[in-house]
Structure formats: structure tokens, C-alpha cells
Design a binder for this molecule. Sequence first.
Ligand code: HEC
Length: 186
Amino acid sequence: MKQLSTNRKRLWIACMAFAASALVAGAALADQDRYTLTAPNGVAFSDFRGYDEWQYVAVSTTGTGIKAILGNPAMIEAYKKGIPGNGEPFPDGAAIVKIEWAKAPNPVSPYPVEIPTTLRSLSFIEKDSKRFPDTSGWGYAKFLYDPATRTFKHDGNDPSFGKKVCYQCHTAVADRDYIFTNYPLR
Ligand code: HEC
């Protein structure tokens, strides 16, 4: 009888451990794996893996948002060589991301200053002349963030979106290899 109750206790402990691990796994699954997403033109989130730890190029603000612009090592190296100001193009493998947040006054700051709040979107550009011959070698994708569901979704539903919308406007700076942002002194 004593033996039985010990076995029951063991079984109970095993069940609880299993339930707890299932809960943990469930919580992990609930968060979307952003790196599985791909825009209709083939520009994949995973092409930009680690983007959140890339070195910053510059920051910019609009009336309603704050943006951080970050480059991968190939992009930063090219900037340091003087590209695009020297008329040279960025090399294949260069990639740049623009992270945009909503902004609000910092409630604890003694002087007026605005800080990033909710994440809004990620805009990606990568250089690969073989994959993107129609857009001067640059592949474009934007992923919009929905804070309610904590998920990303690509912007634009057809494969020509990157060309018709993004590239179309970036041709304004064709003489700077389609990149607007400068690398300011720091
Ligand atoms: C109406 C013009 C316009 C459109 C459309 C546009 N951009 Fe830009 N983009 C800009 C300007 C201007 C900047 C620099 C100012 C800023 O936002 O900081 C910029 C900056 C960027 C940057 C930082 C590198 C750089 O060139 O300075 C990325 C990355 C970017 N855009 C991606 C995209 C993507 C992806 C799309 C399409 C979803 C897109 N852009 C559509 C005008 C545009």
C-alpha cells in the first residue's frame, strides 16, 4: 500500500513536470518566427538575420515617428570607403534596414525630448545584382508590425511592389546608388 502511494506521487510529479514543459513550449510557439517570412518578390526576412545588432548608420525623424538606419558589415565598410559619395556602387552582399517606431515625449525626462515607443515597421534593402537585375541590383521589402498580435506581415501583395513603390521612389537618388542616407561623422 505504502509502495503504491509512492508510485502515485512519482506519477503525479512526472505529470506536473510534463504539463509545465508543455506550457513553456506553447508560450514559445505563440511568438511568430519572423525569420520564416518572405515578401512576394522573394526578399526574405532571413536575408537580414541579426539586423537588430547591426551598426547604426544614422537616425531620422518624421512628424510622427523615429527611425534607426542600420547596415550590415559590408554596407558599413562601403560607407567608410566613401560610397556612395565617391560615385562607386555598393557591393553585392551589402544590406541596410530602417526600423521605425512611433514616438512620444519621454515622461521622466526633465527637458522635452521624444523617444521611440511602439515598433511600426522594418524596411529592408539588400544588394544582389543577380537576383534583382530589374531594380539596379537592390531587393526591397517592408514588414509591418502589429503590436496587438505581436506579428509581422509583408507590405504590398504583388511581386512588383518593391519595384513599383520602393525602387520607384529611391530612383530619386540613382546617382547615390539609390541610397538616401549618409553616414554622418560620430
Ligand atoms: C516616397 C519615397 C519613398 C518610398 C516609396 C520608399 N522610400 Fe525608402 N526612403 C526614402 C527616403 C526619403 C529615405 C531617407 C529618409 C528616411 O526615411 O530616413 C528612405 C530610406 C530608406 C532606407 C534606408 C536607406 C536609405 O536609402 O537611406 C531603407 C532601408 C528604405 N528606405 C527602404 C524602403 C523600402 C523597403 C520601401 C518600399 C516598401 C521604400 N523604402 C519606399 C524614400 C522612399
